[in-house]
Design a protein around this ligand. Structure first.
Ligand code: 13P
Length: 210
């Protein structure tokens, strides 16, 4: 895809996420890897009303070289790109149910949402750890996220929200959507006897769909 096409796709996905309530106000940010740098949504922009020409452009060292002032969460995105050479895009949302799980005190911090459905496993993977709370925009979150992201396509930032990577922009958006749905199911099922996918079923999904 050309950079112009990627800018248009980013605006389209962001508007769709916003229209469906996956982000509100100016919450959330999205980035895409380019051959020589990155695109990232500008700070304080609404995902519902992005202008493709004003999306921030970073060089390969994550320095701002064009467009509006970039998201204050560049560190969060950089953590994923450096830890995961296969990551082509990163989506950070404050989507309601995933963020609710990120606020729960008594969850398994290594994997708070169990394997409930095939598409959660296929899109998000075997495990999605919780990363300790950091103030939004705090550069200190970068090493903690990078350490967690080496073995996980997505993380939950405690009391803040999900960060999800994908090979492509569309993959990352789809994974963020599946994560939000899995979090909603997890909360809906709270207190009920639940049949989880077995280890064998999870292995089969990951072997078949990668
Ligand atoms: P930015 O507006 O700087 O991208 O920050 C939004 C956000 O979601 C903070 O976590």
């Amino acid at each position: 895809m050309t950079e112009t096409e990627l800018r248009a796709l980013l605006v389209e996905h962001a508007a769709s996420l916003f229209a469906r309530g996956f982000s509100v106000g100016s919450a959330g940010n999205i980035s895409v890897r380019l051959p020589d740098g990155y695109l990232i949504t500008p700070t304080n922009s609404s995902l519902g009303r992005l202008d493709p020409a004003r999306i921030s452009r970073l060089d390969a060292a994550f320095a701002h070289v064009g467009g509006d002032k970039p998201s204050k969460e560049v560190f969060m995105h950089r953590a994923f790109y450096t830890a995961r050479p296969d990551a082509g895009a990163v989506v950070h949302l404050h989507s309601t149910h995933a963020t609710a799980v990120a606020c729960l005190a008594d969850v398994d911090a290594g994997n708070p949402i169990p394997p409930l459905t095939p598409y959660f496993v296929m899109r998000v993977g075997r495990a999605m750890p919780v990363v300790h709370y950091y103030r939004p925009g705090d550069a200190a979150m970068e090493p903690a996220i990078a350490a967690a992201a080496r073995d996980a396509r997505a993380v939950l930032l405690a009391n803040h929200g999900p960060v999800v990577s994908g090979r492509t922009l569309t993959d990352a958006v789809y994974a963020a959507e599946e994560l939000e749905e899995a979090a909603r199911l997890f909360l809906l099922l709270h207190g009920r006897r639940t049949r989880l996918l077995t280890d064998g079923q999870v292995d089969d999904l990951l072997q078949t769909f990668g």
